[in-house]
Every structure is written in structure tokens, then in C-alpha cells.
Unconditional design. Structure first.
Length: 150
């Protein structure tokens, strides 16, 4: 798994909106300035988040964006999928080295590892909400049940 700029910026923008939940819409330019991100990038991310139903837009002088649901109802997985379209790409699916060995019907001893890893990653990402991300780092480890004690 590679966390791309799309995914990271999507989370930053979504978390900013989560912290402002209930305070009205925020302009894309303001979000970009606060997060120190390129405005054009933020606009594109907000469009992806809106298409996924995670944010809503409000037109007008006092318009902007706000979360479509409460921060507890939007997961990290939701945001990454909206921003990046996938959370995990299995390379042999996208770029098969050998069409016979990499076909879905072929027996492959490596593919199950990637599938299990994909499943675990998605389970973890789905277990952490935007509301959870508003906690301090040590608390988030406990909430996610991951890496506690490491």
C-alpha cells in the first residue's frame, strides 16, 4: 500500500471539516490556506469527496463545504476511497507479469497474501472515524486497537 498525496490531502481536508462540524460551510480557499495545501488540489479533492457523498457544497457568498454526515459516521477508509478510488492495489491485478501465472484462475501462492493484507488494511481503515482522528495520537492507537504497546 502506498499512501498518495490524494489520500493524505483528502484526510487533512476531511479532518479540518470534521473539527468544524456544525459551524457552517467553509470555502475551499480557506481550507487550502489553513492546511497549507495548493488550492487547486483542495478543489479537486472536495469534488471527489462530494461525489462520494462525504461532503456537501453550499453556493453563495457564505457558501463552501461541510461534512455530509457526522465525523463519527465517516471512516478513514471512506475518505481514502473517495480521494484515491482504492485503499490497496494488488500489483498482479494491475500489472500481471505473466498472463498465465497472474490470471484469476491460476494457482498463485503469493496472491492470497496480498488479498489478506488488503482485507486487514481495509478493516483497520474502516475502524477509524474522523471523530477518532480528533483524539491525540496515543488515544488513537487504543481506539484503533493497533500497535498498542509498540
Amino acid at each position: 500500500m502506498r499512501v498518495t498525496t490524494w489520500a493524505e490531502y483528502g484526510l487533512l481536508v476531511s479532518l479540518n471539516l470534521a473539527k468544524r462540524a456544525g459551524q457552517g460551510p467553509v470555502a475551499a480557499r480557506e481550507l487550502a490556506e489553513q492546511e497549507k495545501l495548493p488550492h487547486d488540489y483542495v478543489e479537486q479533492i472536495l469534488l471527489r469527496l462530494r461525489r462520494a457523498g462525504l461532503v456537501e457544497s453550499v453556493r453563495g457568498a457564505k457558501g463552501g463545504y461541510h461534512l455530509a454526515r457526522g465525523p463519527q459516521a465517516i471512516t478513514v477508509k471512506d475518505v481514502i476511497e473517495a480521494s484515491e478510488h482504492v485503499t490497496f492495489e494488488v500489483n498482479c491485478d494491475l500489472h500481471p507479469v505473466d498472463p498465465q501465472r497472474c490470471s484469476p484462475d491460476a494457482a498463485c501462492s503469493i496472491r492470497p497474501v496480498w488479498r489478506m493484507l488488503e482485507q486487514r488494511i481495509n478493516e483497520l481503515l474502516a475502524s477509524v472515524s474522523l471523530a477518532d482522528l480528533m483524539h491525540d495520537e496515543p488515544e488513537l492507537y487504543q481506539i484503533a486497537g493497533a500497535l498498542a504497546g509498540n
